[in-house]
Ligand binder design. Structure first.
Ligand SMILES: [Zn+2]
Length: 180
């Protein structure tokens, strides 16, 4: 079984900005300013006020399959889509895409699974969309390269904005700036 862990961040720059390493210094400075003012959570909750109802594995499966049907109809089938409470070290991984090879009827078959960290049950819908698009894109593109991100942006034009804001949101969550 090969397991690919995605969205591993670059090395830690500071405790507060550990989700944001690798982004331009100017963006990091803006984020730090909001953090210092205690306003990061409020700004994000104003920008992303919505909640989603995709809170069970069944609903997540249907949500992912609808997107797959729309954009990646010819890609390999998915055998499982689920939330995974084991993906807790979110600094290291937000979702995983697993390919397990099994012998079925004398043939070697790859079973593809998408697992999404359970924390996404309680994020704004935009961030769930971002992680689902990310994991779906790996059905066609293995590496985090230009083709991969082009596919992500094809499925979700605001992909890059959502990924950055998700990282801000995780930061705000960790330092207690998100209100329930
Ligand atoms: Zn990835």
């Amino acid at each position: 079984m090969s397991r690919v862990v995605h969205l591993a961040p670059p090395p830690v720059q500071s405790a507060v900005l550990r989700y944001l390493g690798g982004y331009p210094a100017q963006l990091l400075a803006q984020a730090q300013e909001l953090i210092d003012a205690g306003r990061l959570g409020a700004v994000l909750q104003k920008r992303y006020p919505d909640h989603h109802e995709v809170r069970t594995d069944k609903l997540l499966y249907e949500h992912v399959m609808a997107l797959k049907q729309q954009y990646l109809r010819s890609s390999e089938p998915l055998s499982k889509v689920a939330y995974d409470g084991q993906i807790q070290v979110i600094q290291q991984a937000l979702g995983t895409h697993t390919v397990a090879s099994r012998v079925q009827g004398g043939k070697l078959k790859a079973k593809r699974e998408i697992r999404v960290a359970s924390l996404f049950k309680d994020t704004p819908p935009e961030f769930l969309q971002m992680i689902v698009v990310h994991e779906l894109a790996h059905l066609k593109e293995k590496a985090h390269d230009k083709a991969f991100y082009a596919l992500c942006c094809h499925m979700e034009p605001a992909y890059h904005q959502y990924e950055f804001d998700l990282r801000l949101w995780l930061t705000a969550r960790d330092i207690g700036q998100l209100t329930a």
